[in-house]
Structures are given as C-alpha cells and as structure tokens.
Design a protein around this ligand. Sequence first.
Ligand SMILES: Cc1ncc(COP(=O)(O)O)c(C=O)c1O
Length: 399
Amino acid sequence: MSSQVFTEQELTQIRADTPGCSKVVHLNNAGASLMPSIVADKTVSYLKHELNYGGYETAAKYEGEIESTYQYLARYLNCQADEIALTENATAAWQQAFMSIPFEDGDLILTSASEYASNYIPFLQLQKRSRIHIKPIPVDQFGQIDLDRLAGMMDHRVKLVAVTHVPTNGGLVNQAAEVGQLTRENGCWFLLDACQSVGQMLLNVDDLGCDFLSGTSRKFIRGPRGVGFLYAANSSTSKLEPTILDLHGAQWKSISAYSIRKDARKYENWEFNLAGVVGLGAAVKYMLDLGPERIWQRIKNLSDHLRNKLALVPGVDVQDLGVVKSGIVSFTTPLAAEKLKERLHLDGFNVSVIHPSHTLLDMEQRGLPHMIRASVHYYNTEHEIDSFAEQVRQIVDTN
Ligand SMILES: Cc1ncc(COP(=O)(O)O)c(C=O)c1O
C-alpha cells in the first residue's frame, strides 16, 4: 500500500502548518515532534497575556481553553473529561497512578520485558519498602507480550499488570487490549504506559480495558514539552488516594481531617504550566481534525518504507520487534550510534540514540548496544525517508 493516506493538497497544508519541515528532516518524533504553528502560537499568546495581565488573571481568562484540553483528550481516549488529570510529564502521571495502588506484602506486579526504566525503578523502590514481587512477562516469537504465558501467570497474587504499549526502543506494539481483557478477568489493576502510542494511533480506553493510561504531550501528539496526562477510570479508581496530594486534589477540613476530590484531578498539583496545557489542547484538536486512524495508517506506511530502505543498506540491521510495527524504527550499524547521530544532524537529519539502560531487560536479553532511533510522523515524506536512507548508506560506507 502507498503511504498516500492524505491527499497531496492535505500534505502540503500539513507541512505548511509545520515550519520545522522546511528546516530539518525530523525523524525524532519519539523524542519530541515538530509542533504545528497553531500549537506554538496558542502557547506563546498565553504567555504574552501573562506578560501583560498577570498569571492568575490569564488563567481566569483562558479557563474555557484550559477546560477544552480535558475535553479533547477525553474525546480522543473515549472517556469522560473528569477521568483526565494533567501532569508535568508522562512519568509523573504514571508514578502518581502506580503509587496510589494499595500494595500489600506478597503482591505480584507483572510487567513487560520492554518496560521503561522510569517505570521499573519505582517497582524496585517499592520492593525496598515492602515485600512485593516483580515478574517480567515472557515474550512470544515476535518479541511481543506472550498472551498465553500471561494468562498462565494470572492468579490471586497479581495485584497489578503494568505494561508499555509502544516501548522506547523500537517499533514493537504490545497487544494492550488483549492484556486488558486478561486483567479484567483476573480482577487486578491494569496500568498502561501509552506515552509513545498516544498521537500515533486511535486509542479507546473501553477497548483497552485499563484502569490507568499515561501519556505525554511532546511526542506524537505534537504538543509542547513539559505536559503529560493520566486517564484514571472513574469506575475503578475513585476510591484511591494519591501519594502526592495537595490542596487541589484534597481539601483541608479540620485539625485532623481532609477530603479527597472524586475525579481524576486528585492526581494533579495545583501549580501548573498552563501555557503548555493550552498548547496541548491545540495539538490534540489538530490531531482529531486530521483523524487518528489516517495518522496511524500513514505512520505505518512510512515506517515500513523506512525499514525496507534501511534493510538494503549494507551494514545496517533493523532491530524492530512485533507483528504490527509503529513509527519507531531502531537500527544498528558498525558505527557508534552517537557518532552516526551527530553526523546525521550535521547533514540536517534529526534522530536519537537508544540507551540500553532505558529498557534494560529487553536490551540485555537481545544483547543490543546503543542504537539509532529514527521515528517518523505523518508529516514526513517518502522523499525524506529515501534521502535519509541514502545518507546513512554514505556515512556508513565512508567510515
Ligand atoms: C515508553 C515511555 N514511557 C515513559 C516515558 C517518559 O515520558 P516523559 O518524559 O514525558 O515523562 C518515555 C519517554 O521517552 C517512554 O518512552
């Protein structure tokens, strides 16, 4: 299938909306995507209003737009706006959710083999304080979560299944909805790290069956940096108590009492980067207007094209796992990844480097060194991908 999911006219408009497209070939969308102008404009005009009229006064004036960000995220995820909390990043969202689960000695946490370091470290922290157990879920022949093995691991000891949908280190897309089905049957908590799937594909929390889902603004949603969000299902999380609870999430009632708000905003802090929130709202709206299904189709087509092109370059090994593959393309070459990244940057191509310790279990299991991560978005073109693969060929060839 051709990557022509959007018409030529639409693509021209999308690229015109994205000034960065005329400056660089941006293949670091899993790091932070190029923002559309509307996102930067909304963020900057919010800040300019603060400059002239004051922070609190600006927040009051923009109240409607701030609320819209919750509404747009809820529309995207198919949930209620009061099931969304805004946080400073995906890690804060994930950790707030995790720390609010009432673990007891003997509880078991099941997690994906490609879990992100910032999720696994809190497991280990908790294990220092209480007698919980952590078990990685084995992978199948494609490197995805092995659903049969997971089903076999499910019993009364499993308190939480915490998995990453699209890991930081490659194209793998874990079968989140199937995991959700198993957690529902077992009656345990399901925390989904969707940091790298939000913005790439359509997500529906009813289908995913998760209690919590964490995401970030700056990656495939194309929002500003420094904002993240948490979906917390009303049906299951309304009685949980966040570890970090301030006067926004709770109310001080008496010398010995406080009450906690009922909605997901109990996971928020009072003080917040509201310019970023307004920018995030604009980014989610831009994505919804384009259509998440079309975005996903084009991302898959472009990343397949990139994988096919790279596979033809002598010395390059594409390392992506999974049956369905996302826009994240990971590869090794005989050259040190940092050196290749720097060379590509000088030539106008943005990529990032994958560090083994960020997804330690998977990287050790596969014996992988630092790798290059080239991540496409729908605004990239086949021509950009062809010239990128050619540039990699030339650099690898001459070094
Ligand atoms: C899978 C995954 N989860 C979580 C995060 C953390 O996101 P943030 O930097 O917004 O906290 C990342 C960041 O790269 C990630 O790749």
